[in-house]
Design a protein around this ligand. Structure first.
Ligand SMILES: Cc1cc2nc3c(=O)[nH]c(=O)nc-3n(C[C@H](O)[C@H](O)[C@H](O)COP(=O)(O)OP(=O)(O)OC[C@H]3O[C@@H](n4cnc5c(N)ncnc54)[C@H](O)[C@@H]3O)c2cc1C
Length: 375
């Protein structure tokens, strides 16, 4: 019986596993992940209000639902291990050796800068479920003293979290000032200028200080050190804590693939090892951004191509094009585009659409695939 191993059970890895389980029920499927639970990262901004457990699904439950075997282990992955795995067609785990016919590497991305220092936080704190406890801490602080919180990074991740927290602070009458710091001269550069203007107006309306072209240097116990990008002038401002969302990079490395998703290391094709999701860098003209939308499509394509190879057919190249992008700006607002990039979507309808996209993924994990028409 043919055997497929997936390393990394995020959006891409699960899209591959679920598609393979449906297409080829006789395959033996294995998932190796460093954690015990799948985290629906695209909901992390909601974890100041809700427990992070609401957005995690144990791999044991998914394994039972889709008929794969789960192994919890963090694997060391680099060019040499990938070449060795292709040669040996097996992976050594702590307590066993797992042979494979096809292997999928879908290990995601990691923060460009990890938060260092006592009052500096990042995605890992939200994934670990610290959001609600921190909100409580700031509530107490704000009752005793003036509270200012700094956010670094004007990309989609930082802004989603900033506006969600801003709404909660208001709803709960926590008197806090918020500040957005960004080295760029505009927010979310991959969205249109009109989306940027919408965001800047909202920042102004909500009383959030916006410091573009400014570099974050350091957070101390009570203050933040900043540097103006143009003049190089350094200055200090009051700040109780800093949230660092300065971008992500493919992890543990950028994995180059051909247009069908098969890994190519320094020009050598590894025909039985595919990659999908944020870690993969696909050749060709398909959507190659670090988004869940691309991760799911790459994961599904790789499953389709393994089924093709199993049936002695040729694999298909990846041509998926982005259908839109929406970022949430608190519980009743969102901004982005749908259909055409010039088509600005905003406000409550955009937010409802964004939530519908989250529900579509929940359905997928329940076994109902509505990502129709692809590949
Ligand atoms: C706060 C936030 C909001 C976002 N919002 C959106 C959004 O609204 N829309 C959108 O399209 N995208 C969004 N994104 C991006 C989206 O979450 C990612 O593109 C998506 O998670 C990528 O899926 P993936 O499967 O490649 O990686 P991940 O979902 O990150 O999964 C990687 C998996 O690999 C495992 N792993 C990593 N290394 C190893 C190893 N060495 N050994 C074993 N296991 C390993 C990890 O434990 C993890 O389970 C958001 C990201 C963040 C952080």
């Amino acid at each position: 019986m043919a055997q497929v191993i997936v390393i990394g059970g995020g959006y891409a890895g699960l899209a591959s596993l679920i598609s393979l389980a449906k297409k080829m029920p006789t395959l033996q499927l294995h998932l190796i992940d460093a954690n015990q639970e799948h985290c629906k990262i695209t909901n992390l901004h909601k974890t100041f209000a809700k427990p992070v457990a609401d957005f995690k699904v144990p791999y044991a439950r998914l394994a039972e639902r889709f008929g794969f075997t789960f192994h919890q282990q963090r694997l060391q992955i680099d060019s040499n291990s990938l070449k060795r795995w292709q040669q040996q067609k097996k992976i050594s785990l702590n307590d066993e050796e797992l042979p494979f016919d096809w292997l999928i590497v879908s290990t995601g991305a990691t923060s460009l800068f990890s938060p260092r220092g006592r009052q500096v936080y990042g995605l890992e704190h939200l994934i670990a479920g610290r959001g609600q406890a921190l909100l409580e801490l700031w509530r107490t602080r704000a009752e005793a003293d003036q509270l200012v919180l700094s956010f670094v990074g004007g990309g989609a991740t930082g802004l989603q979290i900033l506006f969600e927290l801003n709404t909660l602070l208001r709803q709960q009458n926590i008197d806090a000032g918020l500040r957005l710091i960004d080295m760029n001269n505009r927010t979310v550069p991959f969205l249109s200028e009109s989306a940027h203007r919408y965001l800047v107006r909202k920042l102004r309306r909500e009383g959030i200080a916006y410091l573009p072209e400014t570099e974050f240097l350091e957070q101390t116990d009570t203050s933040i050190m900043l540097k103006e990008c143009g003049s190089g002038r350094k200055y200090e401002r009051e700040s109780a804590a800093t949230w660092l969302f300065a971008g992500v990079k493919r992890a543990p490395m950028s994995v180059p693939t051909n247009s069908c998703g098969q890994i190519e290391i320094e020009g050598d094709l590894l025909p039985d090892i595919f990659s999908a999701g944020d870690c993969s860098d696909y050749a060709g003209n398909g959507l190659n951004l670090l988004t869940a939308q691309a991760a799911i499509r790459k994961g599904k394509l790789v499953a389709h191509n393994i089924a093709n190879l199993h049936a002695n057919r040729t694999p298909r190249p990846y041509h998926y094009q982005e259908k839109g992008f929406l970022m949430s700006l608190g519980p009743i607002d969102a901004v982005g585009w749908v259909g055409l990039r010039c088509n600005l979507a905003r406000g409550f309808p955009a937010h409802a659409l964004k939530e519908a996209m989250e529900s579509q993924y929940d359905l997928f994990l329940d076994g109902v695939d509505t990502y129709v028409g692809f590949p």
